[in-house]
Ligand binder design. Structure first.
Ligand SMILES: NC(=O)C[C@H](N)C(=O)O
Length: 251
């Protein structure tokens, strides 16, 4: 089977001056993920690689470049799922880690659980030998500025959450296995401890060899209301795989 990877750099407004960087970042991620598939790697390997590349890229709201919570800190969520056996791993509210998607994969492969959060996720990261980095290393000037603006008394609530930029990838490998991965800093100025759709199985992503793979982006609380990632696959199962039909059903 011909391997395929599709990546996204998040829903939302992209200002002109960032357009080129965002496009280059998604192309780089797709090429890196595709390289893994071409070398015979699995769909899980490919989506992890692609998402990691965008977590390392400050143009996106994931890893370095994540938006900040109400205290001005980066707090991230991520998920990965293997469509071959429906195994998945996720982390939420993690700080001081460069690549939450890698930690999510370790949750999937090295624990009996599917989601670790906050302190527990950190203890697990330490046990797995994942290095802690200073939280400041994940904060960009742009996210700091956005955070500051959101604290101004006359900020425009309409503008509040337009800079989304969560990242994600779906892939199918040469053996026909599918996988998804999604990673995010969440929403700007969110409450401490807020967990969005991204690490919730069926909301932030879903992968099942029988139907396909999805990775979502957008307003997490709205996505969770309908468990969007799984809902999309449900519609694809009903419509036997027409993306256009799925869009019609969901709009
Ligand atoms: N940028 C996003 O897509 C935000 C993410 N879905 C969240 O609500 O946490």
């Amino acid at each position: 089977m011909k391997p395929v990877i599709v990546v996204h750099g998040g829903a939302g407004r992209i200002f002109k001056e960032r357009e080129e960087g965002c496009r280059a970042g998604t192309v780089r991620a797709a090429l890196q993920g595709y390289g893994v598939l071409k070398r015979g790697g699995s769909a899980v390997d490919a989506v992890e690689e692609a998402v990691q590349s965008m977590e390392d890229d400050p143009h996106f709201n994931a890893g370095c470049g994540s938006v900040l919570n109400e205290k001005g800190e980066v707090e991230m969520d991520a998920i990965i799922m293997d469509g071959k056996n429906l195994d998945s791993g996720a982390v939420s509210a993690v700080k001081c880690i460069a690549n939450p998607v890698k930690l999510a994969r370790l949750v999937m492969e090295k624990t009996k659980h599917m989601l670790l959060t906050d302190q527990g996720a950190h203890l697990f990261a330490r046990a797995m030998g994942i290095p802690e980095i200073p939280g400041e290393k994940l904060v960009t000037e742009r996210s700091r500025e956005r955070w500051r603006k959101n604290l101004e008394p006359d900020f425009n609530p309409e503008d509040f959450q337009k800079d989304l930029g969560t990242v994600g990838a779906v892939a199918i490998d040469s053996e026909g296995n599918v996988a998804c991965a999604t990673s995010t800093g969440g929403l700007s100025n969110k409450l401490i401890g807020r967990v969005g759709d991204t690490p919730c199985i069926g909301s932030g992503g879903y992968a099942d060899n029988h139907s396909g793979a999805t990775s979502t982006t957008g307003h997490g609380e709205s996505i969770m209301k309908v468990v969007l990632a799984r809902l999309i696959l449900y519609h694809m199962e009903q419509e036997s795989c027409s993306f256009g039909a799925v869009q019609c059903n969901l709009l």
